[in-house]
Design a binder for this molecule. Structure first.
Ligand SMILES: [Zn+2]
Length: 257
């Protein structure tokens, strides 16, 4: 499976997936039609399928124009009136598209929104705004328990899994992670790496799950350093992982950006 990374707006990524032996392509979360159509033309591809993770406009805004150009396109998404899908997907559902050799599995990851799903292909996770490199999505609709559950599912994927999230937020996220986890050598190493990548016009996404487990405070709710930092910062006694996650999220939301 080939994957094209399409930067859009100020910091979004859309993803186009296709096989060498097949002119049909899939796009994940097309928030705008123009960069998608340009990339399809550059690569001689026809859009056959759209995969949507959640209803925010920077993930679905290109659908209506893409449908005009490709009237037969199938649109997959979670069951939600706010998403103009014609095929609704459920947690754990396995789907094989004609355009791709690998089937994908649907993972319910609600938290950022109430109907957010992720698409898992063989060791590749398209997770929208659930997990970012060194961060996670804000809780616009779901509860702390929902997001903790979603992130726990992601933690259990093979550690070689590549995380194809929807935003280039990594360097800013590292800034917060350094407040809560200042001694983490993996984090400092990743900061240098990301600075170099961005300086040279590259992208810090996709990222490797194994590295996220080392650096991402929102995946490290069972780590003693994170637990201690949260307890000290808020002057409280933490009782469980959801609380660690909750206070980490609150810390960033209220005191960082
Ligand atoms: Zn979103």
């Amino acid at each position: 499976m080939n994957i094209l990374q399409i930067p859009a707006f100020s910091d979004n990524y859309f993803w186009i997936l296709y096989e060498n032996n097949n002119k049909s392509a899939v796009v994940v979360d097309p928030g705008d039609h123009i960069p998608v159509i340009n990339a399809l033309q550059d690569n001689n591809l026809i859009l056959s399928d759209i995969l949507i993770t959640h209803h925010h406009n920077d993930h679905i805004g290109g659908i209506s124009e893409l449908k005009k150009c490709f009237p037969n396109v199938n649109i997959y998404g979670p069951s939600d009136d706010r998403i103009p899908a014609n095929i609704f997907l459920e947690d754990q559902q396995a789907v094989k598209l004609n355009s791709l050799n690998e089937e994908f599995k649907v993972i319910d990851v609600k938290g950022h929104t109430n109907s957010h799903i992720a698409y898992y292909f063989d060791k590749k996770l398209f997770c929208g705004d659930t997990l970012f490199s060194c961060g996670c999505g804000r809780l616009f609709e779901g509860s702390y328990t929902d997001m903790h559950k979603a992130l726990t599912k992601i933690r259990k994927l093979p550690k070689e899994t590549m995380i194809y999230c929807a935003h280039e937020y990594t360097l800013d996220n590292i800034g917060f992670a350094k407040l809560i986890d200042p001694e983490n050598v993996y984090l400092l190493k990743r900061e240098e790496e990301v600075k170099n990548i961005l300086k040279n016009g590259g992208y810090s996404i996709p990222s490797l799950l194994e590295n996220e487990l080392q650096i991402n405070p929102f995946l490290r709710f069972d780590n003693p350093d994170i637990i201690n930092a949260v307890q000290k910062h808020f002057n409280i006694k933490i009782n469980n992982e959801v609380e660690v996650f909750k206070y980490t999220r609150d810390w960033k939301d209220n005191e960082y950006d």
